[in-house]
Design a protein. Structure first.
Length: 406
């Protein structure tokens, strides 16, 4: 078992889970959890889904009440880490507090990629990643208001569906050739585009916003690369994220599109690990290096590091899975479907319940499911065990998926 205190920078899904898992595993030394947001650690997925729609307060999002941290002897610092002194094994906080560590874990997450166009700084241009941003947006949603959503990824479409259901006029601008193009197959993109269009959301593909239009500091709309103008009172931006690697880089740790770690989630410094959205990890399962943005990845990597620090070291081999709630439809993804060369559809698109089984060289690599939770759970179990079924079996509605698991 590791000796000395553990300092965790970042209190999102990865940081919180690590602190909780260390205590569950019997770790008895000091745990310091550094949280740079003015809230108790909270869940992020509802921010663009249920929380945005509802009336519940922030308490509904908290992982645990304040008492949990006290009872578990987890020191929660509402502060920001400003530097790491690796030789002395200290973390300096903005308040001037210095924390000694036996092991340091970077769970610094990611931040919104910001628009770099004229007037992007105006108050009517909003982002959606933090609780404060979600609360501010919730106050902007009102029937009859006009919103332009920039980016047709998960966050953009989740917000668009909620805004439309609340009676707003919604236009979505996407530079790519289809919605969610980087994340899902064409079959899934086409289904969701049709569903959003049927709900009255106007989707504009293959164009980009070149400027935010304004009148005396008030947003009035956007200019597009094809010369069109779209009126709007509100702009919501969802154009991806950037991993928070600056603290690691300034401490002399290797970074690329994330903090570079090995298959055990360790940096080149044996006293420093990185987990969650900020970690670029060597993957035995997929080969090469990956950086994943998902709750599953954050929580599973946290459990992996907690196990290592309490004497049970194993390479990280979690199976990625993701989900997105858009209007009445639930999209669930098991595995990584990038690089597929064949797609087999199982189920009924017309009934809004189907799955895209994705293959590479005859091997199942992932399943994208719409309102088919059974297919998703099958995929998670089969793929976690490195299993596969043939494309012909996937296409056969009579083929028993459960039997394939045995």
């Amino acid at each position: 078992m590791m000796q000395g205190p553990v300092v965790i920078i970042g209190a999102g899904h990865a940081g919180f889970q690590l602190a909780a898992s260390l205590r569950q595993n019997g770790f008895s030394e000091r745990i310091a959890l550094v949280n740079d947001e003015g809230h108790l650690p909270y869940q992020r997925p509802p921010l663009s889904k249920a929380y945005l729609k509802g009336t519940g307060g922030p308490d509904s999002l908290m992982f645990r009440p304040e008492k949990f941290y006290h009872d578990q002897n987890i020191d929660l610092f509402s502060d920001r880490a400003v530097s790491i002194e690796r030789t002395a094994r200290k973390v300096l906080l903005a308040s001037g507090v210095s924390l000694d560590y036996g092991h340091l874990v970077l769970a610094t997450g990611a931040r919104n990629r910001l628009l770099d166009i004229p007037n992007a700084h105006l108050a009517g241009v909003r982002y959606l990643r933090t609780l404060d941003e979600s609360q501010a947006l919730r106050a902007c949603i009102a029937p009859g208001r006009r919103v332009v959503v920039i980016g047709a990824g998960f966050i953009g479409l989740e917000f668009a569906a909620t805004a439309r259901a609340k009676g707003m006029e919604v236009d979505v601008i996407e530079l790519g050739p289809r919605v969610m193009a980087r994340a899902v197959t064409a079959e899934i993109s086409e289904f969701f585009q049709a569903r959003h269009s049927a709900a009255g959301i106007r989707i504009h593909l293959g164009v980009q916003v070149t400027a935010i239009e304004s009148d005396g500091g008030k947003v009035t709309g956007v200019s597009l690369s094809d010369g069109r103008h779209i009126a709007a009172d509100l702009i919501v931006v969802g154009v991806g994220v950037l991993p928070n690697v600056e603290l690691a880089a300034e401490a002399g740790l290797a970074v690329a599109s994330g903090v570079i770690v090995d298959e055990h989630l360790l940096t080149a410094d044996p006293h420093v690990s990185a987990i969650g959205d900020c970690a670029l990890f060597a993957s035995p399962r997929f080969g090469g290096s990956l950086r994943l943005e998902s709750v599953q990845n954050a929580a599973d990597q946290a459990r992996c590091v907690a196990a290592r620090l309490t004497g049970d070291a194993k390479p990280y081999d979690g199976l990625p899975w993701f989900w997105s709630d858009q209007g009445p439809d639930k999209l669930q993804i098991a595995g990584l479907t990038t690089g597929y060369d064949r797609v087999v559809v199982r189920g009924d698109r017309a009934q809004a319940a189907f799955s895209a089984f994705c293959y590479r060289s005859g091997q199942l690599v992932g399943i994208e499911s719409v309102n088919r939770a059974g297919d998703h759970m099958f995929g998670r179990r089969l793929l976690a065990a490195h299993g596969s079924i043939t494309p012909e079996q996937a296409a056969d509605a009579g083929f028993d998926l459960k039997a394939a698991l045995t």
